[in-house]
Design a protein around this ligand. Sequence first.
Ligand SMILES: Cc1cc2nc3c(=O)[nH]c(=O)nc-3n(C[C@H](O)[C@H](O)[C@H](O)COP(=O)(O)OP(=O)(O)OC[C@H]3O[C@@H](n4cnc5c(N)ncnc54)[C@H](O)[C@@H]3O)c2cc1C
Length: 496
Amino acid sequence: MSKSLVCTCEDVTASEVEHAISKGYCDIESVKRFTGFGTGMCQGKQCLNAVARLLEDKAPKKPAPAQLMPFTPRPPLFPTELGYWASAAFDPARAPAGGVPAVDIASPTLRSEAPVKAKAKIVIIGGGIMGLALAWNLAELGETDVVVLEKGYLCAGASGRNGGGIRAQWGTPTLISLARRSIELMKRFARDMGINVWFRQGGYLFLAKSDEVVRKIERGAALHNQHGVPTQILTPDAARDVVPQLTLKGVKAAAWNPKDAVIFPWPFLWGYAQQAQKRGVQVETFTDVVGFELGGGKIKKVITDRGEIACETVVLAAGAWSPQIAKLAGVHLPNHPHRHEICSTEPLKPFLGPLVSVLDSGLYFSQSMRGEIVGGMGDPREPVGLNLGSTSRFLTRYAQALTEQLPQTGRVKVLRQWSGPYDVTPDNSPILGKTPKLENLLNLSGFVGHGFMMAPAVAERMAKWMATGESDELFERFTLSRFAEGRMEREDMIIG
Ligand SMILES: Cc1cc2nc3c(=O)[nH]c(=O)nc-3n(C[C@H](O)[C@H](O)[C@H](O)COP(=O)(O)OP(=O)(O)OC[C@H]3O[C@@H](n4cnc5c(N)ncnc54)[C@H](O)[C@@H]3O)c2cc1C
């Protein structure tokens, strides 16, 4: 029985599902993320029932109906060729509509009935990569009286919805050095944390189609070389040597760093969460922060839908949701959420080494270790808002851009599309450190579309800064107060 396959597309056995349940993943969404069941060609249509039955039989506590509900439906309804989408029409002048709506991340039916603990030294709001990496780093430094509050499941936010690209090709020395440190930490994450993260160092190839973008990558390469990053500027022919399948029509030059990489995001969250929990940190999922008790210029208590926690320090690491939570404490954050859509295809034999991005249009795509082409493209017409729906407009724009650059993908089928929020600040740089007039509220948000690759390095420094009290210029330069003081920390190597 234990060796019988429940998901034939992804070779997931009954014993792997049972292993997930034994690790505490007792709802369909979490088991899907932990085992990968339901992510293949059948899109979950054949395996969902079998996993629901196993959950019902094997979970230590009888699952509530909501735990057995089919997982969030991901369009398209059937695997559909990219060439089909590329032949569809869309109106470039119109803003994208809401699309197929996503299920609400916070599922009150999955909330534990037990109250949260009444007191903790540090409360971290947001169980994305930022909050969990910080919690683990704090625990490593002996700060274990920490609670992480997450309103959904782990991976519910942008950290579970991103492209998994990690690169050192940035436009400022600070981001270059943070990314270099993160790549180092991500490279050894599997060994340190005991979990496979599918790290693959295939490089990043940026294509430039206009003179302005050529100048940008040339300036960037000079800066990278000064800071130990071996970026080279390539002619279109040399770029074709890196990815022979590319058509390079209109491409004037490319920037190539073979040391950049791609990873699979989800295990990073599980790795940080599990290791932090082993050291005594509490990670409370399905726990919504709904308010604060303030007094004497401080936050005294964090109020959740499972009770209140008195604390000394609060870290706001809720990504694109941070402004709405800050508002509950009377604080205005200038971040704006912007939906970014993304999709994944059926698996192909490995052929694509680097993550390729056309900087002019915001198209990016890479091949995961499972063989899927994962990619996206920002939409200049996307309005501000926390919309997590999926549109056919995105698939059409993306398919047109991708098949123009990589024609062989026309016959490849899209299996899943989804979206996540970029957490955009006025200068494309994060908001870190103290909050004016509410000093025990620390910020860790505003990472636009590059927070995943920044998290290991930023969290390492933030934990040290918090635990030792030693000064660190990162938490003095990137403060919320810089906007009122007119100090911008502009970053322009943004994709999308
Ligand atoms: C489509 C897409 C592609 C991307 N590609 C890349 C990439 O290739 N490389 C890269 O480095 N970055 C990429 N990013 C950006 C990256 O995913 C984010 O910058 C990063 O994940 C942010 O992490 P976070 O922990 O700050 O936020 P999140 O992961 O969003 O975590 C915040 C958490 O807070 C929780 N929360 C919200 N409100 C509450 C509340 N009231 N109470 C409790 N919890 C709450 C949310 O449920 C969420 O889980 C991409 C993003 C998107 C959307």
